[in-house]
Design a protein around this ligand. Sequence first.
Ligand code: HAM
Length: 430
Amino acid sequence: MVERPRGTRDLDPAYLARHGHVESAFRRTAVSFGYREALPPTFESLELFHAKAGPGIEGEMYVFKDKGGRDLVLRPEFTAGILRYYVNDLRSAPKPIKLFSIGPAFRYEEPQKGRYREFWQFSCELLGASPVDGDAETIALAVQSIRATGVRRIETRIGHIGMLRAFLKVPKDAQGQILHALDKRDFAKLHAELDKAGLLDVEGTLRDLITLRGGPEILQQASDLLGGVGKDAFDHLMKVSDRLPAYGVRDGILFDMGIIRGLAYYTGMVFQIHAPTLGAEDQIGGGGSYALAELFGGEPIFSTGFAIGMDRVVLASEVEGVAAPLAKLDAYVIPIGDAVRQKAFEIAANLRGTGLTVDIDLVGRGPSKNLDYANLIGARWCVLVGDKELAKGNVALRNMETGDQREVAASELASVLGMDKPPMGGVEFH
Ligand code: HAM
């Protein structure tokens, strides 16, 4: 027996049915906001992420050399790849540019429920919008995307990393280490890093700041704590949150000065979406505004984006009991005897051509074994093709739920089977 690599999963049909609903809700919502899909490669040059992802992700990357000796990395996220693509190919495209991607990403993390080494992201980037409009639309799109999956119990927390950066007047590396320690709530490391940077006097302020979470009043408290630093940031956050009701986003929005984010490229507004129904790994999405284009050789461009962990949304949709039934097989075709096999395959192909889902005996079982099999795989109908009925242009049609069987004209099969076909899905999109 060969074991699966740690932190990976075999995604079964029931899981993928749910995953598929989540994916189509995301795709539909992004497209409804004017986004178009783009997909960077699964592996990239190490230099794309090296020293840009920050200390949080750097140690978690799957890094390898190919046979040509190139240093490569399995993408830990999509944003850097999309910004590389923008700088390479899209610089002169009309602004703003709105792109989304869906696919697996890879991080060497300690696996647990909701945290995997291969996981799926829905990632959106908005390049070249004005800051208030861009930040507000990004948050609204993230929230509406999750709502479209049927998941309701979420909380959106909005903060601002720019005001923290302005407050921590130290070189970028030291700043990155301090922010990383704050993000992880690793207070021993925070103390050591502040000590190294000669900033021990602000340790208490930082620890107080990250506990502030609530309505607009906490922006004033934060401003007071920081001695007036970051006033512009707080004004910006107010304007962004004032815009959200126009998108139908009214509930479950909080300001949170403890949102630091794991990736190092954020420069302004940052936000996270949490699902309180999930245990420890309750962060189902996050993002913010960032500066990456200039690191890849482009002009600075106002950029905001987010990614949602699709696996965590699937888990939340399960916990909330969002319906996601597996599509049933419409018909299973049973040839009775070798003489009619060719005709039975034709009937199956014709039914498929009308959009029905159809399977047919491929092992040459007898009729009663075939009926048992059709029961096991959950077929709605069995089409029994025998020479006596065929001579009249008919087949026998068996309702697998009731056991009723009757003769119908082969030419009418598709319309009879199509009539009671249940609608697909179970998730309402609105
Ligand atoms: P991130 O916060 O690193 O941001 O990841 C986004 C989401 O991916 C997380 O909120 C979480 O739901 C999910 N996720 C992360 N790691 C795992 C894992 N090991 N297993 C399962 N789910 C996971 C980004 O990736 C940024 N690129 C978002 C962004 C786009 N910022 C600007 N544009």
